[in-house]
Design a protein around this ligand. Structure first.
Ligand code: FES
Length: 198
């Protein structure tokens, strides 16, 4: 407010009333929008449904992998062969570039053993199913190795062609510039053939 806005007798001018009325209206308006905002912050069933995804595994044969979208990101699900599981288990931790499990279902600092990579939020490890966020940990490309015939890299897992990162059959980084293992998202088994991601 400038001095010209104040009358010499100290009474507010018409412009002051407009300002004061505007401020009161703004406060009342702010109060009116608080509840809808708070209300929107409580996720209802439809929002929760969007944040999770159920996948029927029954049609994925051994050796096959699929890609699904979850929360805007690709998720790889591979039905691993016995040889792929064995290969992952036979890899000493010392051979890994990233020794952290990076499994969102496990709390704390856990080594990147194959078991730790295939443990869901509920129950024991299920080595035949590998679930990964399909985003390269270097600069975010989507690695190859899910569709049949795609280049799976030097370690028979996934290969990121952007700058040449190779992941093994447990989704662990083995060669190239990517610094971390592919992330294991939150997931749980609802039955032997139904998995819920998120
Ligand atoms: S983004 Fe995958 S190697 Fe660079």
């Amino acid at each position: 407010m400038t001095t010209s806005d104040i009358q010499e007798d100290g009474e507010p001018t018409r412009r002051d009333f407009i300002h004061i009325f505007g401020a009161v209206t703004a406060v009342a308006g702010a109060g009116a929008v608080v509840w809808p905002l708070v209300s929107q912050m409580n996720p209802d069933a439809s929002v929760l449904a969007l944040s999770t995804k159920e996948i029927d595994l029954s049609s994925i044969s051994v050796g096959q992998a699929i890609k699904v979208m979850w929360q805007g990101k690709p998720v790889f699900i591979r039905h691993r062969t016995a040889a792929e599981i064995e290969e992952a288990n036979a890899t000493p931790l010392g051979a890994l570039k990233d020794s952290a499990a990076r499994n969102e279902n496990l709390a704390g600092s856990i080594d990147a053993t194959d078991d730790a990579r295939v443990t869901p939020a509920n129950g024991e490890a299920r080595p035949e199913w590998l679930v990964l966020v399909g985003v390269c940990t270097h600069l975010g490309c989507i690695p190859l190795g899910t569709a049949s015939g795609e280049n799976r890299g030097d370690y028979n897992g996934w290969f990121c062609p952007c700058h040449g990162s190779h992941y093994d059959t447990s989704g662990r980084i083995r060669k190239g510039p990517a610094p971390e293992n592919l992330l294991v998202p939150p997931y749980e088994f609802l039955s032997d053939s139904l998995v819920k991601i998120g």
